[in-house]
Structure formats: C-alpha cells, structure tokens
Design a protein around this ligand. Structure first.
Ligand SMILES: Cc1ncc(COP(=O)(O)O)c(C=O)c1O
Length: 401
C-alpha cells in the first residue's frame, strides 16, 4: 500500500508470525508493555483452564510447586540465588516493596538519577517524606560520550548520610543503557545499598545477579522476556531478607516457622492473586529461545544491532547526532525533538504520538521529559521488527516535523 510519504508500508520480519500483533500497526514500542507470543498466551490459557476446573485443588496441590519451578527457572536464567527470588506484579511493586520496608532516620539520603522512571521516583519521594529523609536527585546529561559522565556525578552525590541509590539497568525516558555493573560495585563498596530497577532488564541486557550482588533487584518479565503482563520479580540478597517485607502483609506475617520457611510463606502466599502470568515465565523463555538458534545471546544481539541501525537512520534523516555511544544502547533508543518542548504532558497523549498512530498507524512513544526540559521519542526493537519500519517512521517524521 502507498502511504502519504510515497513509500510502501513496511513489513514485519518472518518471526512476527509468533505474535498476534495487529497487522495494521507498525509496532515500535515493545519497551512499554512488551508483547507476548501466541504460544505463551496459549500456555497461560491452559494454566487458567486447569485452575478454573477446580480452583481450590489447583491452589492447594499445584500452584506452589509450579511457582517453585518458575522461580528456579528464572533464577537459573538470571544466575540468581533461588532462595532470594520472589515474584511480584510489576517492577513498580518491586520497588515499592523495598522502599516501604526501609526504616530510615531523619536526614538519611536516597540517590535518584534524573532519568529514573517517574512512578518509582514518586515512590522514593513518598517514602522519604514519611521518614523526613532527603531525596538527592542527580542530574545526568541526555547526550554523553563516556560512561564516566554518568558514573562520576552519581558517586559525587554520596555523603555520610546516603543509605540507598536507585539505579536503572536501562532508563525509561532516555533509553540509556546504564553502566549498572560498575555502579552497583562502586556504590556498595562505599557502603551504599543499591536497589537495581531492572524493569528493562531480563532479556534486554545480560544479567548475572550473583555476580552483581546488589542488595535488591526488581525486574519485569513481561517486557523483554515477553511473559504475560503481571509477571515480575524482586530478588532479595540473603542479608536483606530479614528487613524486607512483602508489600501486602498477609498470612505469613504471624506464621510460627523457621526463618527461611517464613520468608517463603510471606512472599509466596499472597492470597487469591492469579498466578498464571508468573507460571508462564518458563514457557516464555523456552518459546523465545526456540525462535533463533543462538538463544538469548542472539536475541539480544539482533535487537541491539537493529536498534543501532534504526537510531542511525532516524538521526540522519532528522539531521541530529546519536546522543550516546553505541555501547549505551540496548534495544531501545531515545532521540530528542529539539525545540518542541511545551512544558506539560497532555493527558490525552502527546499530539505527535497520536498523529503518528492515527494517520500512519505507527505506535511509538513521544513524551515531554520536564527534568531535562526536553521532548523525546523512543524506539524499541524486537525480533518481529525490520529496519524498513524505522525508515518509514523517519520519512513520516521528516515530512511532518
Ligand atoms: C525503568 C523503569 N522502571 C520501572 C518501570 C515500571 O514497570 P511496571 O509498569 O511494569 O511496574 C518501568 C516501566 O516501563 C521502567 O521503564
């Protein structure tokens, strides 16, 4: 089909057949909510059907052992200690679980970079205000040439009162692949615990949780592992287990059990939540691996090289320079729309985002980032995408901007 910019509408890759994405949409936003392959949704449906055949029997006799399987499977994937692995609904609830467990003194300081996801940043503000603690916001540049430009300001913000730093694996608004391995090490060797926000973590960047040894790591499986929505984890390091409570205090709280069993009971028994998304995590890992020959290394490498190519195409067409070195790109890239910042977010969505979707069927986030006084758009790349889709976006943007 011919479009307004005189080009054929681009096709998805051969691997798109594994997803049920709307063929009318050019879907360039895997990063926001992920996208789950058909076979994984089928697995989830099967789990649900089994559950609904006799919900009580399922919960009493099956759910627990399936949960242990999912936990072991994910722990193996992330090289994590399965005894510290807990599940939660999403990364926001993982972050809240940690923050709302903290016991702070007035004047204690928590470090937050100004690229942090606003919901998690809000949770830090909320908790800090309750304890009269201080949130230390570290200004990091959007455009940078070296990792030092990110690492140095963060470490310089440490004071004797710093108790925690919330660090992303890959930032949401700016899509910056943070030097998180070095940051975890640098902060923790200075006595500052790190809460690693790996919402954009599993399946996007290599993660070795045992090697990282961060106090807490929370991450989404429903983004880059393509699990069903509502499948996330919080990994709690051994020495933090006693001081970390689940967000919902439930039956386990007054259980008279040995420490380890009590920890499991408190985190694993969360009442009548639907566990099917979490129980589908092993299937999503297996399904994705089976799409390529080289497993997740190949998936991450393919997505990363497409993101780099796509970013080059967009920057060249829009007449701007790539904002960061290639080493700071994962499978997302953010580009600035210079001179178009209007100050506030529109509750109905950014007009450019809406126009791209309504007139050209392109699904790509466009948003203001008040902390930089900038307006950005962010592309994501996944196995189902092709470079032609980003060329199409670039041509549309060139025509309308
Ligand atoms: C860096 C970061 N942290 C946390 C979140 C929250 O994830 P969720 O909405 O699944 O809780 C996101 C969501 O995109 C994110 O990008």
């Amino acid at each position: 089909m011919e479009c307004g910019v005189g080009r054929l509408r681009p096709s998805r890759s051969e691997l798109a057949k594994y997803w049920s994405l709307d063929p009318e949409t050019i879907f360039l936003n895997h990063g926001s909510f992920g996208a789950t392959p058909i076979s994984v949704l089928e697995e989830q449906n099967q789990i649900r059907a089994e559950m609904e055949a006799d919900p009580v029997r399922f919960v009493e006799r099956k759910a627990f052992s399936l949960m242990v399987d999912a936990s072991n499977n994910l722990s193996e994937f992330l090289n994590a200690d399965p005894n510290g692995m807990t599940f939660c609904q999403n990364a926001t609830s993982g972050v809240n679980t940690v923050l709302r467990s903290l016991v702070l003194n007035p004047g204690d300081e928590i470090i937050v970079p100004n690229h942090s996801y606003q919901a998690c940043w809000n949770a830090v503000n909320f908790v800090a205000s309750r304890w009269s603690a201080k949130v230390v916001i570290v200004e990091l540049p959007f455009r940078c040439e070296t990792e030092e430009e990110i690492i140095e300001p963060l470490l310089e913000a440490i004071t004797p009162r710093t108790v925690l730093a919330m660090i992303d694996t890959v930032t949401s608004p700016t899509a910056l692949r943070m030097p998180f391995e070095r940051l975890v090490d640098e902060f923790q060797s200075r006595g500052v615990d790190v809460l690693l926000d790996a919402a954009h973590g599993p399946g996007l960047v290599s993660l070795d949780l045992s090697k990282l040894d961060a106090a807490w790591v929370t991450g989404n499986c429903h983004k880059w592992l393509c699990s069903p929505k509502g499948s996330a984890f919080l990994h709690i390091r051994e020495d933090k287990k006693e001081v970390t409570n689940p967000l919902s205090i439930s039956h386990g709280y007054n259980a008279d059990l040995p420490t380890e069993e009590k920890f499991r009971f408190e985190f694993d028994w969360q009442g009548t939540r639907d566990p099917s998304a979490i129980l589908s995590i092993p299937k999503s890992i297996e399904a994705l691996k089976s799409m390529v020959t080289g497993g997740f290394d190949e998936i991450m490498q393919r997505n990363n090289s497409l993101a780099l190519k796509a970013r080059d195409v967009l920057c060249e067409t829009l007449g701007t320079e790539p904002p960061t070195p290639n080493s700071m790109v994962s499978a997302m890239a953010t580009i600035d729309l210079l001179g178009t910042y209007t100050g506030t977010a529109d509750i109905m969505g950014d007009p450019l985002h809406n126009r791209l979707l309504d007139e050209w069927g392109i699904q790509v986030p466009v948003f203001p980032w008040p902390h930089h006084q900038m307006r950005y758009f962010r592309i994501s790349t996944y196995l189902y995408n092709t470079i032609e889709e980003y060329e199409y976006l670039a041509n549309v943007l060139k025509e309308i901007l």
